[in-house]
Design a protein around this ligand. Structure first.
Ligand SMILES: Cc1cc2nc3c(=O)[nH]c(=O)nc-3n(C[C@H](O)[C@H](O)[C@H](O)COP(=O)(O)OP(=O)(O)OC[C@H]3O[C@@H](n4cnc5c(N)ncnc54)[C@H](O)[C@@H]3O)c2cc1C
Length: 386
């Protein structure tokens, strides 16, 4: 689908497409095979993305970012979705949560992320608390003006070893009518702080080369100036930006589905069995038709959510619908594409198996499909008091 509404965005789309053709696509196969992005390649992508104005393009101009609006970011994220996070993440879009930085935090964390001098991680998930965020064990207790952080995080992802992590930890409990509820606070924790260990963790078969990190905190002393936002308001802060993150997951899924459908279509037209192209068999052709319909619907859902976000009218359930619909559409398209390719679909010589593996993650990270459906259900039932 064509979402370009003005000349500026048309130029932007051309820039991103050329960037992908020149800096990203040529390295996909090597990165997947070796499971890593060589540092010099990552730095080259970073450098080129800065030259083209793509680095930190999501952040406002006031803080040094590219100041792109949601319509422009939609185009970018949809294009990036066609490739691996391991590569496009080097053209960073730092997390908008950093806009909550105040005072010295600007110079220490936000500005270096905008210029590319520093890289951050967003550390919420824990080994025993994934979907159940409130089950987190990480905690920080007061010690005078300082805080002492203990606990661990896993599956925390990024393209390279970070300089600091935005770490969510319980800093006490609030009494609520339904019982006590953890107060969650976001801390800015520098790699190298005594007691903080950050190392490469589990290897994921989706987006090989995009690292997950394992973080552990053993009596890590943090000053009050390392709290991001307000004490006890960490989840509200994260929630402000998580919705847009889910919409960008949806946009990425649409981009990837389009690329996969193109490959499947080409194969269905070129591969002959029983004397004719396999696309002429309804069983194959209908898979392409269903894929095209699913993609069109998903694209429209993303566009609707983007327009709601632009009007300041986007709700959690809108983002959840995008996340679950687009990621499940992508997985159907990817699975059908493997089927259309037959045995060759699973061979390393073709990129289909990689795109199929990459697609699988989209239903899990940023909140699983099941959790998104809970969010949608809650929004439907709440007005009825159920
Ligand atoms: C490659 C990768 C990168 C990631 N990057 C980050 C990151 O940068 N930062 C970060 O904080 N996290 C990150 N995550 C973590 C990710 O967000 C979690 O994996 C995800 O939220 C699911 O948590 P879990 O893996 O613990 O699964 P679980 O919570 O254990 O869920 C397992 C299954 O149970 C289901 N389930 C759980 N609760 C319910 C329920 N109430 N109702 C119905 N079904 C339920 C789930 O839907 C799922 O199917 C990453 C994960 C991966 C794999």
């Amino acid at each position: 689908m064509n979402f370009v509404v003005n000349h500026e965005n048309e130029l932007l789309l051309n820039t991103v497409r050329n960037f992908m053709e020149q800096e990203i696509y040529p390295h996909e196969e090597m990165v997947d095979r070796t499971g890593e992005v060589p540092e010099e390649l990552g730095r080259e992508i970073e450098k080129r993305s800065k030259e083209l104005g793509l680095f930190a393009c999501n952040l406002p101009e006031e803080v040094g970012g590219g100041g792109l609006d949601y319509a422009a970011m939609h185009l970018i994220e949809r294009e990036y979705g066609k490739t691996s996070h391991a590569l496009h993440a080097w053209a960073a879009r730092p997390t908008e949560i950093l806009l909550a930085c105040e005072g010295d935090q600007h110079d220490r964390y936000l500005t270096p992320c905008v210029t590319g001098e520093k890289r951050e991680l967003f550390a919420l998930s824990e080994p025993e608390a994934g979907s159940d965020v409130m089950g987190m064990k990480s905690n920080a207790r007061r010690d005078g003006d300082d805080w002492i952080l203990n606990g661990s995080k896993h599956f925390i992802s990024g393209p390279c070893m970070p300089d600091f992590a935005i770490v969510f930890a319980a800093t006490g409990e609030d009494e609520r009518p339904r019982g006590p509820r953890k107060r969650i606070t976001a801390f800015l924790v520098d790699v190298g702080t005594p007691g903080f260990d950050c190392r490469v963790g589990n290897k994921c078969v989706s987006y090989r080369g995009y690292n997950t990190y394992q973080l552990s905190f053993d009596d890590v002393r943090l000053g009050p100036e390392q709290i991001l936002g307000e004490e006890g308001r960490g989840l509200e802060l994260a929630g402000k930006w998580l919705g847009m993150g889910r919409i960008w997951v949806g946009a990425c899924c649409c981009g990837k589905a389009e690329r996969i459908l193109d490959m499947a279509t080409e194969w269905a037209a070129g591969r002959r069995q029983f004397g004719q192209p396999i696309g002429r068999f309804q069983a194959t052709g209908f898979r392409l038709a269903d894929g095209a319909m699913g993609l069109r619907a998903a694209d429209l859902l993303v566009a609707d959510a983007v327009s709601r976000a632009e009007r300041g009218a986007m709700e959690d359930a809108d983002a959840a619908m995008v996340k679950v619909f687009c990621s499940e559409m992508l997985n159907r398209v990817a699975d059908d594409a493997v089927q259309i390719h037959g045995g060759m679909g699973l061979m390393e010589e073709l990129p289909i198996q990689r795109l199929w593996r990459d697609s699988r993650l989209e239903r899990i990270w940023d909140g699983t499909s099941e959790i998104q459906r809970h969010i949608i259900t809650r929004a439907i039932l709440r007005p009825l008091g159920a």
